[in-house]
Design a protein. Structure first.
Length: 567
């Protein structure tokens, strides 16, 4: 170890001061890992060692996180046998050993906004506040992001008087600094031009959004057209730690099958938040970050464990509430359309003082407590967030709603409107399918793993383009023979265009003007024209993909195929 008995004989770097980072949960460890490198960049005077307090109910994953980041982790028991110059933590509930060094506690969210169970007894406590014994020792310092938080703390805990440091919020500063990279984050998440990204944010506990409405992500995916919307979920790390990734994914299996982007609990959530068009959240910090950054917000839940007089309570007074049993699509579209970036400006001003200054203030505080002069290098600034990981696997089954418009005397429609909903989450309500020229069908990719869906589908889609027309024809014929219940089989051709095979043996060519379309859209046009009794040969039809975009589709009947040659 770089600290402790005889450590000087084995170390390479001879730091003047020792900083111990005390971690207890993934949430608190991440906050330190995201801020400390910029503050101590290039300073060989400070030796940093991590220690893990294993007593938290949410401790799962902390050691994996630290080891994955390359941190040297000291056994917790050894902390009592060394004399660090400063203990830094983003967890107020660590069991700090006796000693004389100062202890700086950073918030791992926004302020002191939530009542949580006290692991030391049966009562609740205010999140973010260290035990009275540590305050009474004069060693503790609590970092705050706004002077109002100090006033709030004094009202509930008079012993914090004189023990707060105004630092700001480095996470909020990063969100603001990264707004110009929003398009890059959207590209990484698979949000193509014209689509909207709806982010579901849930804190932990029974009053959280997922605690009260665990099926809400699936409901959103089932009611928002899949070509016009993407849905991602930011779930508090404590949920992952307490229940495990396996349980979390099993509970959200329908939503994941419907295309939910389940954002990894470490780091990536911030880029997803910048990319969002709207956030459906609760009383967690992520919702407050989103609103303060100017993003439309709908409150899907708001727990009684939120503390009155805080910024999150101020947000609850002005943010609209989501009715999970109402028309979800209308509520989402309304909150986006009616939103102005200044709507939550007063809330942001009550939560974050002097945005952009958190890292310089934190560096000054750290070096003052370490009793070292600050480095001569310029103060650090908030960095632009990295791109998130690639998006989730594509949806493989769609409930498709089509509407045929403007049929003229020759029975050729002027347009076909297509809206697709993930079959794994779609309830079938509110489609207008009872109208004369509304039609519904199930379309499945040949990569769909649920054979019941495939065998029930009217339309089968090749999950990847065929290398050429001959290969597409072979795939179509084999698919229709293998699945006698299907009416159409459609495949993209690698160098452009689509081939669509009908049950009666006819083959349609479809040429579409727009890029980045999959075979399901022209197949939906052909299906709707068949159901409406429209002619297909040499037809020119306008494809309207919901409210997203309009493309031209030209359909031409091919001669009866006899595929031969290489596949």
């Amino acid at each position: 170890m770089p600290v402790g008995h005889d450590a000087h004989r084995w170390g390479t770097f001879r730091g003047e001061r020792t900083l111990v980072v005390a971690t207890r949960t993934v949430t608190s460890a991440v906050r330190i890992l995201e801020t400390l490198p910029a503050v101590l960049r290039g300073d060989d005077r400070v030796t940093v060692v991590f220690a893990h307090d294993p007593t938290s109910a949410f401790g799962s994953g902390v050691l994996d996180l630290l080891h994955g980041a390359g941190c040297r982790v000291m056994p917790w028991e050894q902390l009592e046998r060394i004399a660090p110059d400063l203990i830094l933590s983003a967890s107020e509930n660590i069991d700090v050993p006796e000693g004389h060094c100062p202890v700086l506690v950073l918030p791992h969210g926004v302020g002191f906004q939530k009542l949580v169970p006290d692991s030391r007894g049966p009562r609740e406590r205010l999140s973010g506040v260290v035990p009275d014994s540590l305050l009474e020792s004069g060693r503790a310092w609590l970092a705050v992001s706004h002077p109002a938080q100090e006033e709030q703390l004094l009202a509930r805990h008079p012993k914090v008087a004189g023990r707060t440091l105004l630092v700001g919020d480095p996470c909020f500063d990063e969100l603001l600094a990264s707004r110009e990279s929003r398009d890059a984050y959207r590209d990484a998440l698979g949000v193509s031009a014209g689509r909207r990204l709806i982010v579901v944010s849930s804190t932990w506990g029974p009053t959280s959004l997922l605690g009260r409405h665990p099926r809400l992500p699936a409901s959103l995916l089932g009611e928002l057209p899949g070509d016009e919307y993407l849905v991602a979920a930011i779930v508090h790390p404590n949920v992952w730690a307490a229940h495990g990734a396996w349980q979390t994914r099993v509970l959200q299996a329908a939503a994941l099958d419907a295309g939910l982007r389940l954002v990894p609990p470490v780091h990536a959530w911030r880029a997803a938040l910048v990319a969002a068009d709207a956030v459906v959240g609760d009383h967690g910090s992520v919702t407050l970050y989103a609103a303060s950054a100017g993003t439309p917000v709908l409150l899907g839940a708001f727990g009684t464990d939120a503390v009155p007089g805080t910024a999150i309570h101020a947000l609850a007074a002005v943010a609209p509430r989501l009715d999970p049993d109402g028309d979800i699509r209308h509520q989402v579209e309304h909150v986006i359309h009616e939103h102005t970036p200044e709507r939550y400006a007063a809330v942001a001003q009550s939560a974050f003082a002097e945005p952009g200054q958190a890292l310089p203030r934190l560096r000054a505080a750290l070096y003052r407590l370490l009793r070292l002069p600050e480095p001569s290098s310029p103060p650090p600034s908030a960095l632009v967030l990295p791109r998130p990981d690639p998006p989730a696997s594509p949806v493989t089954s769609w409930q498709v709603i089509t509407e045929v418009e403007g049929i003229e005397q020759d029975h050729v429609p002027s347009a076909v409107v297509v809206r697709r909903f993930p079959a794994a989450a779609h309830s079938g309500g509110g489609t207008g399918a009872s109208a004369p020229l509304f039609f519904t069908h199930l379309a499945c990719s040949d990569g769909e793993r649920d054979r019941r869906l495939v065998e029930s589908a009217s339309v089968i889609l090749a999950h990847r383009p065929a290398p050429n027309a001959v290969g597409a024809l072979r795939w179509i014929q084999g698919t229709l023979e293998r699945l006698p219940g299907s009416l159409l089989a459609a495949s993209a051709v690698r160098h452009g265009g689509f081939l669509i095979g009908l049950r009666d043996g006819r083959i349609m060519e479809a040429a579409v003007t727009g890029p980045e379309l999959d075979a399901g859209l022209p197949a939906a046009v052909v299906y709707a024209c068949l159901r409406a009794g429209c002619p297909l040969d040499d037809a020119y039809v306008t494809l309207r993909i919901g409210d997203l975009r309009t493309e031209d589709v030209v359909l031409r009947l091919r001669p009866s195929p006899t595929p031969s040659g290489p596949r």
